[in-house]
Design a protein around this ligand. Structure first.
Ligand SMILES: [Zn+2]
Ligand SMILES: [Zn+2]
Length: 776
């Protein structure tokens, strides 16, 4: 067996390995170096293929450091078969089309490099990929049925595979890129399902690192995001389009849904958008929980405008960049070296309250690296432009790669006799090799060829296997990511008024979550367990907050002070009381309260509704009238009683213009009006009239009705005519359609009662619209 490393050896980038076995040649991956240094080729060393052209090509996963050179390689080898998993094929299509587009744009610049391949070559390459399922051994080389390959899920990103090769010269296990940690999108690799192999090639990206717990890292990230949003800042997460971006989206959505992050919108931009579509389309390769979410929730996984996760359309981008409202933007590329993320970064970097939040590897040449290593006030180049760094720059590790302990656990399962470390810088691979002193370990460079003679298997020494067991014990814990702990002791419960004051002071025009309210109320003493206490207080929040939904959680938008003044008395309502109800733009009704308010609602029967649970804010006025005796009736019977009563009320002569004139510019409340009216019917009729037409003559502020200025009223010819008739008084002589009549002194909204003075109807009464009456 012979292995030649064309790229991806002692480096991250341009992964490409040639395997020769029993005279047959197989190529694994053909990546590029997306951020190649000056003088460095973006391609693997393809000259090494001249004398030994491969006869088949196998792709581990779609990332550009494994696929970026493939259209070129495939066009140089037009007849060889190409194999990948289905998801890898679809993702590769998105990535390579984007890569062509970028190369063509760069080519237009004066110093731009020549594109490595064109769109036709990409299409031809994609058309040749044969899709293979996971765990289905296939023989990639015609005429060699004894050489088989199997794709095994690698955890890393959608469709990512490890390769297990069985050959007459022994078995080979190639990890590609692996993750053991369960990510939100993809389950970590199943360590128990790993085969033993004679030779193992493993990635070592984080060979000298141990990851902190994923859960802790997510929590720290969420806390930072929340701190930025709370100070009114914006967040840009430059993210690798495939894998990392989807993780961040799901993390932010989850923390926002649980209330730990403010309910501000999330925007997705750059290639991230189309990759999200692929992830959703290939849902069978995702975490089972996400598959269930799609089936049961029937909601999109990523962009979901109803949940305020928006895909930015290119024409909207510029507006969004300049818009300074708190928001979260997730955009590729992850190193700010291209795509849409640099556009956002230029604006965000300059603004103190904003934040650039990195989660992935940064190449030393990239703007992302420069920003992470810069001091406040430094001038940084992003693309063609320079910006002064004023914003917060931070980094969290959401790696999709195994760390050193995890790699060790994998190696101890596979138990190879020969171990080859690739896909990592020399330092990481050197550190990793120290863990395998009892194995024959190689760290090849680009151009290295390793000859591996079939040998008896080297037994793993007892010392190593003990260490291996220890490594097993270090596997990631998969406790629920959002578990909450900490008992609460003797924490005082806030009042609704206190929560409202916090919200009203710090964010009067936006919805708040219960967790945010808790955090503002308790400050640093806030514990997750206090959430239920806060939510208990918020059960009757309708008087102080407008309730909304964001996904599964309730949001609380503080009401204006006058609205609170109006709604607060409603808390004391008792069954048997009469109230007025009026929804938005609906006509007012009289209603009987059946149950005291609870959780911001109460049970009512109204003259036009059946019994229903209604929010407190439909209740408009309290006439102080009670009908407790009706509580024993069936709701249908109550409704009949109310309808009969309503008919009577509608026939009352109530004239709001008289009320307006008497008020003489002074505000009054409905309660004050009621104290001047002894009759219950009349009180109710006044209430109905105020609700039906009051806003045409008064400004309503909470409980107060403030008469509009005379000028404003008199300006309306209909209104001034009505007022003139009132002022003319009882017995005033008028004509209606030229027939003589007198006013009886009864009037209501734009109507007067008249008594005919002549003709066959003389002496009779009639209701006439004020517009049809002329004063003599
Ligand atoms: Zn990868
Ligand atoms: Zn890679």
């Amino acid at each position: 067996m012979e292995l030649t490393f064309l790229g991806g050896a002692s480096e991250v980038g341009a992964s490409c390995t040639l395997l020769q076995v029993v005279g047959r040649k197989l190529l694994v991956d053909g990546g590029m170096r997306p951020a190649a240094r000056e003088g460095q080729s973006r391609l693997p060393d393809l000259s090494l293929l001249d004398k030994q052209p491969p006869e088949a090509l196998i792709i581990t996963h779609a990332h550009i450091d494994h696929t970026g050179a493939l259209p070129l390689i495939a066009s140089l080898l037009p007849h060889i078969p190409i194999y990948a998993t289905e998801s890898t094929r679809v993702l590769t299509e998105v990535l390579l089309r984007d890569s062509v587009r970028i190369m063509e744009q760069e080519h237009l610049r004066p110093d731009g490099e020549t594109p490595l391949y064109n769109a036709e070559q990409v299409d031809a390459f994609l058309g040749r990929i044969q899709v293979m399922g996971f765990r289905q051994p296939f023989a990639p080389l015609a005429g060699s049925p004894d050489i088989t390959v199997q794709f095994i899920p690698a955890g890393h990103i959608l469709g990512a595979a490890m390769l297990f090769l069985e050959t007459p010269e022994g078995t080979l296990f190639h990890t590609g890129d692996i993750s053991l940690t369960d990510q939100r999108t993809i389950k970590g690799l199943d360590i128990n399902a790993l085969p033993r192999a004679d030779v193992m090639i493993t990635e070592g990206t984080y060979g000298n690192r141990s990851h902190s717990s994923r859960k802790e890292e997510e929590q720290k990230l969420a806390a930072t995001v929340q701190a930025v949003l709370a100070r009114g800042g914006r967040i840009l997460c430059p993210a690798f389009a495939v894998g990392r971006a989807q993780e961040i989206i799901l993390i932010l959505k989850a923390y926002r849904a649980s209330g730990k992050i403010s309910p501000v919108p999330i925007y997705l931009d750059g290639m991230v958008r189309s990759v999200c579509d692929v992830y959703q389309q290939q849902s069978h390769d995702l975490q089972p929980t996400l598959q269930r979410h799609l089936v049961n929730g029937r909601r999109p996984l990523f962009a979901d405008p109803q949940l305020h996760v928006f895909s930015v359309r290119s024409f909207e981008r510029q507006g969004l960049v300049l818009h300074t409202k708190p928001k979260m933007v997730i955009s590729s590329s992850g190193m700010l070296s291209g795509g849409a993320s640099p556009l956002y970064a230029l604006d965000i970097a300059a603004r103190e309250q904003d934040c650039l939040l990195f989660t992935g590897y940064q190449d030393e040449e990239s703007p992302g690296y420069a920003l992470l290593n810069a001091k406040q006030g430094d001038r940084i180049r992003i693309g063609e432009q320079f910006v002064t760094l004023n914003c917060q720059v931070t980094r969290y590790n959401l790696s999709g790669h195994a760390d050193s302990n995890q790699i060790q656990a994998v190696v101890s399962k596979v138990q190879p006799a020969r171990l080859i470390l690739v896909h990592g810088d020399s330092e990481a691979l050197e550190a990793l090799s120290q863990r395998f002193k009892h194995l024959s370990v190689a760290i090849p460079n680009v151009g290295t060829t390793l000859s591996i003679t079939p040998t008896a298997k080297v037994l793993v020494s007892s010392a190593t296997s003990q260490r291996a067991m220890h490594a097993d014990a270090l596997l990631p814990d998969v406790t629920p990511l959002l578990a909450e702990g900490d008992p609460v002791q003797d924490m005082p419960s806030p009042t609704l008024q206190a929560l409202w004051e916090k919200a009203h002071t710090h964010g009067p025009f936006r919805p708040w979550t219960s967790v945010e309210l808790g955090q503002h109320y308790y400050g640093p003493d806030y514990r997750p367990a206090l959430r239920s206490l806060i939510e208990q207080v918020l059960r009757d929040a309708t008087t102080h907050f407008k309730l909304g939904r964001l996904g599964a959680q309730t949001t609380y938008q503080p009401r204006a002070s006058e609205a609170i003044q109006r709604l607060t008395p409603l808390i004391d309502l008792e069954p048997g009381e009469m109230v007025f109800v009026q929804g938005q733009n609906a006509s007012p009704q009289i209603a009987l309260v059946l149950s005291a308010p609870q959780d911001g609602t109460l049970s009512l029967v109204a003259d036009q509704w059946k019994q229903a649970q209604r929010p407190l804010n439909v209740i408009q006025l309290l006439p102080g009238v009670r009908r407790p005796e009706w509580l024993t009736l069936a709701p249908g019977e109550i409704k009949q009683q109310l309808q009969a009563w309503r008919k009577q009320l509608d026939n009352c002569w109530i004239d709001l213009f008289i009320c307006w004139e008497r008020a003489q510019g002074q505000p009054f409340t409905y309660v004050q009006l009621c104290t001047q009216v002894a009759d219950e019917d009349e009180r109710l009729a006044w209430g109905l009239e105020l609700l039906a037409h009051g806003r045409e003559l008064f400004n309503r502020e909470g409980e107060s009705w403030l008469p509009l200025e005379s000028e404003q009223i008199e300006k309306n010819p209909g209104f001034s005519q009505h007022l003139a008739l009132i002022r003319a008084g009882v017995g005033a002589a008028v004509t209606v359609n030229d027939q003589p009549a007198i006013l009886t002194g009864k009037s209501s909204w734009r109507l007067f009662e008249i008594q005919w003075q002549a003709g066959p109807t003389a002496g009779q009464h009639h209701k006439v619209r004020s517009a049809n009456i002329r004063l003599k």
